[in-house]
Design a protein around this ligand. Structure first.
Ligand code: G6Q
Length: 542
């Protein structure tokens, strides 16, 4: 794989960035009256308006050339064909198989994996039907009314986001909770008002060794056994989602109540697998299937649409343009939909864990910027908080604005007001407000600079008709593929996470020093860590 900085398109993009610098978005819109219609693309129910970006036709054609130089087309095919593109873990990254049609054929090592995928989906559907229908009874014979997912990272963020996002499609008789943090506050607060006799825990862990999840699972086990008086209750109140069948059995969960997935599903790409079980319990198998068809529609668009009209490719290239040629550090995602409040948190993991890398695929250090810092909050709330910096701060932060043409809760003029805020913000960010315009409004001279807006601040706008399981699935697939496009262009492995693995081992080294009765041997730690441990030991509860 060539180093991106060696390609001739990279060098020309650098020169082009310098040449384009004096031309603001105000100039570009004035010069091209049809820009807003022209720089837009559609796929899988989403419309992307990318006209409010600091790009010209020349920028775009150089970016497409760069994608071609980086071998993007071949990498897309390699991913869909199940090649082991996650080279540091020697695995395929085949989340697209999780949403493949029943009659599709996708092979890993010569074996078609689609039948297995559908076998698990069918088992999930029948289990969900049983629980939702009140036919799965707890140990004391009461139907399940509460479902608690125990998982963290990829085994939490996806189902937690989706359960929030698709709440309008949920069975409101079921209470869904997500416990991820090893901080006992999470478990305590989220189980405080639940009746153990009506509570089902979904222990969701690919490896079934993750400290946080296993600690919470053991606490949950005690909570159930103490309340219901017998170990036998575990069988009716726990199910597992994991690739590690033996560890699940060791915990005491029957294989019949365990839902598997595969090593070619990365945690943060796993929402379409059994990791989505709690979501399926909430919204039902049919809506879950609709979400998968949304994912599938975007997969098809990504694989087939020419780069010029390909939403993930466009978003990916624009992000590279800002990070590598205009020096931006972060990107914000602002969903104008309260149901998507947790989307930024989900995208933080998806993007930053995938592309927060500083070595290339061949193990050599990169000397180009890779994954951005991703952050955001729903609009309009963000407008009353950090938008000040977006409009008038010294940093350039490209933003994605996401909205829907129809509200799921049409109430008075709320939706028009919400969407007018979205449109107004992107317009103001792009065009700003010149000192002359401010003066023309009669603003006192000493306030003119304070009340002027430089503009030229780029945004993408993504619009779909309605927040449905399909449009939601397509949106997540759009970002999954955008991240993959960028990982390809930066020549990094977007599917490993060695930084996370380190964290998993480091804490285990310190835990014994916090709890032993003797003054522990702390020589292996630095003086700061030693002092902190000593202070903690002196002050902690006996
Ligand atoms: C995701 C990461 C990571 C993982 C969690 C939970 O891509 O690998 O966030 O999902 O560490 O891991 P387990 O599912 O194995 O408990």
């Amino acid at each position: 794989m060539p180093r991106p900085t060696d390609s001739s398109s990279w060098k020309r993009l650098e020169q082009h960035a310098a040449a384009l610098a004096p031309h603001t978005l105000r100039d570009l819109f004035a010069r091209e009256p049809d820009r807003g219609e022209r720089l837009a693309a559609e796929g899988a129910g989403w419309r992307l308006d990318y006209s409010k970006n600091r790009v010209t036709d020349e920028t775009l054609s150089l970016l497409f050339e760069f994608a071609t130089d980086a071998g993007l087309r071949g990498r897309i095919d390699a991913m869909f064909d199940g090649e082991r593109i996650n080279t540091t873990e020697n695995r395929a990254a085949l989340h697209v198989a999780l949403r493949a049609d029943r009659d599709a054929c996708i092979e890993v090592d010569g074996v078609d994996i689609v039948p297995e995928v559908h076998t698990v989906l069918d088992r999930m559907a029948s289990f969900a039907g049983c629980v939702r229908g009140g036919n799965w009874l707890g140990h004391t014979g009461r139907p399940i009314r509460n479902v608690v997912n125990l998982g963290i990272g990829g085994s939490d963020l996806g189902p937690a986001l989706a359960t929030d996002a698709l709440r309008a499609y949920a069975d409101r008789n079921l209470t869904l909770r997500f416990i991820s943090n090893i901080d006992a506050t999470d478990f305590t607060e989220k189980t405080l008002d639940l009746d153990p006799a009506e509570t089902l825990f979904v222990v969701c862990s690919k490896t079934f060794t993750t400290q946080e999840t296993l600690t919470n699972a053991h606490t949950a086990r005690r909570w159930i056994v103490e309340a219901l008086g017998t170990d036998a209750a575990v069988a009716r109140h726990f199910v597992a989602v994991s690739t590690h069948a033996e560890a699940v059995a060791r915990f005491g969960i029957d294989a019949q109540n365990s839902f598997g997935f595969w090593d070619w599903v990365g945690g943060r790409y796993s929402i379409g697998s059994a990791v989505g079980l709690s979501l399926m319990l909430s919204i039902g198998p049919e809506h879950f299937g609709e979400m998968l068809s949304g994912f599938r529609a975007m997969d098809g668009h990504f694989r087939e649409a020419p780069f010029e009209r390909n939403l993930p490719v466009l978003l990916g290239l624009l992000g590279v343009w800002y990070a590598n040629f205009l020096g931006t550090e972060s990107t914000a995602v602002i969903p104008y939909d309260q149901y998507l409040a947790r989307l930024p948190a989900y995208l933080q993991q998806l993007d930053m864990e995938s592309n927060g890398k500083s070595v290339a695929l061949d193990g050599t250090p990169v000397d180009w910027t890779t994954g951005p810092i991703v952050w955001g909050e729903p609009g309009t709330n963000g407008q009353h908080a950090f938008f000040q910096l977006l409009h008038q701060g010294t940093r350039l932060v490209p933003c994605d604005f996401i909205g829907f043409c129809q509200s799921l809760h049409p109430t008075g003029d709320h939706h028009d007001l919400l969407m007018s805020n979205l449109f107004a913000q992107t317009e103001a960010l792009a065009l700003g407000r010149t000192p002359d315009e401010v003066r023309a409004d009669g603003v006192a001279e000493e306030l003119v600079t304070h009340r002027s807006f430089p503009g030229n601040r780029p945004t993408n706008t993504l619009l779909a008709d309605r927040l449905t399981p399909e449009s939601f699935g397509a949106l997540l697939a759009l970002y999954e593929h955008k991240v993959f496009v960028q990982g390809t262009l930066w020549n990094v492995d977007s599917f490993d996470q060695w930084g996370v693995e380190l964290g998993k081992t480091l804490a285990r080294r310190i835990t014994p020093a916090l709890s032993c009765a003797e003054e522990p041997e702390l020589a292996s730690h630095d003086s700061s860590t030693r002092a902190l441990i000593r202070h903690y030991r002196r002050r902690k509860l006996p």
